[in-house]
Write a protein that binds this ligand. Structure first.
Ligand code: 13P
Length: 246
């Protein structure tokens, strides 16, 4: 796809003061030729939305409930996010799959509810190191994506997919451009079997993307941008990654 997408996943980081400084810095560095978004922790979304009003930077959340509303203490619904003007919601991040035991079917249910509220789900897939070493990479990512394809039907074309090998997240150990491209090609062909719009969908790579490796990753034919963790917390680094996507 022509116009790449770079999304910052702040994870559970930041404070009102540091977020304000980061967002001010990013606004002063815009525009970029790619699309850019930041996904902040829930309590900061309102202030993030206000700060980004009138800017070219979109914002998103890092999760949402699969339920519409009701007695689900601690959960945040897609409708609530939508009410604030949210654009993206990260779903099925490996940290949620790992620490909150989120199964594939739940991720698919969340994607369905998110789409119903006009949010764009960024659905994460990726194998652990043990799975890669056992030669299961392709089977794992296909299984994870297949659940979402099954749940969404032809609406699958409205999501963003992020390939994030678990062993590359926060480890400084990036997948090589060739490793990433080969998994992206698998995902693209799986999507092609489900929708004619697969070529227009954004497939992001995530996992230790930094200013110095972003350009070669983004040059791969099936890598349409990045989902950035640690480097998205530093304006200069995030800016350099966005420039590399231009
Ligand atoms: P890092 O860029 O810190 O490796 O995190 C990647 C990630 O998990 C983005 O969602």
């Amino acid at each position: 796809m022509a116009n790449k997408l770079v999304v910052g996943n702040w994870k559970m980081n930041g404070s009102r003061a540091s977020n304000a400084a980061l967002l001010e810095a990013l606004k002063s560095l815009q525009p970029w030729s790619c699309r850019v978004a930041v996904c902040a922790p829930f309590p900061y979304l309102g202030e993030t939305a206000l700060s980004l009003q009138g800017s070219s930077i979109a914002w998103g959340a890092q999760d949402c409930s699969a339920q519409e509303k009701g007695a689900f203490t601690g959960e945040v619904s897609a409708g609530m996010l939508s009410e604030f003007g949210c654009t993206y919601v990260i779903l099925g991040h490996s940290e949620r799959r790992q620490y909150h035991a989120e199964p594939d079917a739940l991720v698919a249910d969340k994607a369905k509810v998110a789409l119903a509220h006009r949010l764009t789900p960024i659905v994460c897939v990726g194998e652990t190191l043990a799975e890669r070493d056992a030669g299961q990479t392709e089977a794992v990512v296909k299984r994870q994506l297949s659940a979402v394809i099954h749940g969404l039907g032809h609406c699958i074309s409205q999501i963003v997919v992020a390939y994030e090998p678990v062993w590359a997240i926060g480890t400084g150990r990036t997948a090589t451009p060739e490793q990433a491209q080969s998994v992206h090609a698998v995902l693209r062909s799986q999507l092609r079997a489900a929708t004619q719009k697969a070529g227009d969908m954004a497939l992001l790579y995530g996992g230790s993307v930094k200013a110095d490796n972003a350009a070669t990753l983004f040059a791969q034919p099936d890598i349409d941008g990045g989902l950035i963790g640690g480097a998205s917390l530093v304006a200069a680094d995030f800016n350099a990654i966005c420039r590399a996507a231009g």
